[in-house]
Design a protein around this ligand. Structure first.
Ligand code: UDP
Length: 378
């Protein structure tokens, strides 16, 4: 099976890390076409997955863009579409991994008569996308032979937005549990980050208003003074204004000695292992939330905002805790519970780790995807 994967970004977000693991299974018979250059290309090259940067300039359509911006950027798409159409003739199918890739993939699919597959990593709701972008996504996705949704939540939102239910299969992101299970001595890292003696809450996400880093900062004031937070991740998609707001919030609340911004890191696993708790604070529904599964695999108590796929991933009180989105006091209560009842909490973390090992195996994810691809391509 020869696959032409398309992804609009060169940055390594959750959708790209998921694609990395899927494309690795087609190393000798695929190409990953990116619409911009970045560290994601390097990660693909390190894994020996063929990759090409196809667009000379990144295509600037924001999630909130209206019709005019959309049409203007469509006119800029023509050279890209021509390149992808020529390439696609060497492949059996086009596999679009992001929304702009879907638009290009759908157009190319009708030119080169190659079937289109869409991996849906988004919640197509008003909280995340403008009406125009939702309509466009559904219109294009309904031309696909198969839509792979990363959770029941993203499937439901797709159907709600007008997507054809018959096209959609749900496949969760997969992980290699062994990578997360190894015992690591985190003392050195703790002292390097000056976190000795602190109760550390970790937040691992790109910095973006809907990821709700501000909710955790707000929650800190209601926690014991020994509680610190580390924020791992950067503003990947031009959300610098939010970064400034977060820094101002830390100034305003006088929390400098309890908050650290570590930027984008490649060593997520050791950083997670040094945390006492991992908090996930999205204020809008999360389409999947790789970080939630990664935290469970690391054996860490996980607190997540009760919306979207987080509800599928965590059974509150059994494998973690779910709190109301955008409610800092509730989050603080959950953090304090984890700090004060460590024996009970570590039992919950162990149950979560065992369940996550079974439920989110990469081999299983890849087998499911291969099965669905085969069923439409043969
Ligand atoms: N991540 C990373 N370095 C960072 C912050 C995050 O490698 O500094 C990874 C994180 O481990 C996770 C992914 O980025 O695998 C984020 O995926 P998630 O589904 O949580 O969020 P998304 O970016 O898709 O909204």
């Amino acid at each position: 099976m020869r696959l032409l994967f398309l992804d609009q970004t060169g940055k390594s977000g959750g959708a790209e890390l998921c694609l990395l693991d899927i494309a690795a299974g087609y190393q000798n018979s695929c190409l990953v076409g990116l619409f911009e250059d970045g560290d994601f290309r390097q990660r693909l090259e390190q894994r020996k997955i063929p990759v090409q940067v196809l667009a000379e300039k990144a295509i600037a359509v924001r999630k909130s863009s209206g019709a005019i911006a959309g049409l203007l950027s469509v006119s800029k798409l023509v050279p890209l579409i021509n390149r992808v159409a020529t390439l696609s003739r060497q492949y059996d199918a086009i596999y679009a991994n992001t929304q702009k890739a879907l638009v290009v993939g759908a157009i190319v699919s009708s030119i080169s008569r190659r079937p289109l597959i869409y991996h849906l990593h988004d919640i197509l709701s008003p909280a995340h996308f403008s009406k125009t972008n939702r309509r466009l996504a559904v219109l294009m996705a309904n031309r696909a032979k198969l839509v792979i949704a990363n959770s029941q939540a993203s499937r439901a939102a797709f159907i709600e937005a007008g997507g054809n239910p018959e096209l959609v299969e749900v496949v969760y992101n997969g992980f290699e549990p062994e990578q997360y299970l190894a015992e690591i001595d985190t003392n050195e890292l703790r002292s390097l980050l000056e976190l000795q003696g602190r109760f550390v809450v970790g937040h691992f996400s790109r910095l973006s208003p809907w990821k709700g880093q501000h909710v955790l900062i707000e929650a800190l004031q209601h926690c014991d003074s020994t509680v610190s937070a580390i924020f791992v991740g950067d503003a990947l998609f031009g959300e610098q204004e939010y970064v400034q707001q977060l820094q101002q919030q830390v100034d305003r609340l006088n929390l400098h000695d309890r908050v650290k911004f570590l930027g984008f890191r490649d060593d997520v696993i050791p950083l997670m292992k040094l945390c006492d708790v991992v908090a996930h604070t999205s204020i809008a529904a999360e389409p999947f939330g790789r970080v939630i599964v990664e935290s469970m695999l690391c054996g860490k108590p996980t607190i997540a905002a009760k919306a979207g796929a987080a509800i599928e991933l965590i059974d509150s009180g059994v494998t973690g805790w779910l709190t109301t989105p955008n409610e800092p006091k509730e989050l603080a209560t959950a953090i304090e519970h984890c700090r004060q009842s460590q024996t009970e909490v570590s039992k919950i973390a162990t149950t979560a780790q065992q369940q996550a090992r079974q439920k989110f195996q990469l081999t299983e994810t890849n087998a499911q995807i291969q099965h669905y691809l085969q069923s439409i391509l043969t």
